[in-house]
Design a protein. Sequence first.
Length: 70
Amino acid sequence: MNITYNKNLTKRELEVLNWVALGYSNKEIAKILGITAHTVKSHLDNIYFKFNAHGRVHAINYALKNNILK
């Protein structure tokens, strides 16, 4: 069975990823965006799935390599 990963991020996922790339914690991102830390984690889980990434660093590297983040 092949799984196709959707690399298209939602606007919110992209916002979260940008803050993560800047070094902010989930709690800090939650405060900035006015959402809960649990919601931030959910967005990150979606990003990891879409990128087939295994964590923050992997997701950021993928996004940089694929011109999703600059």
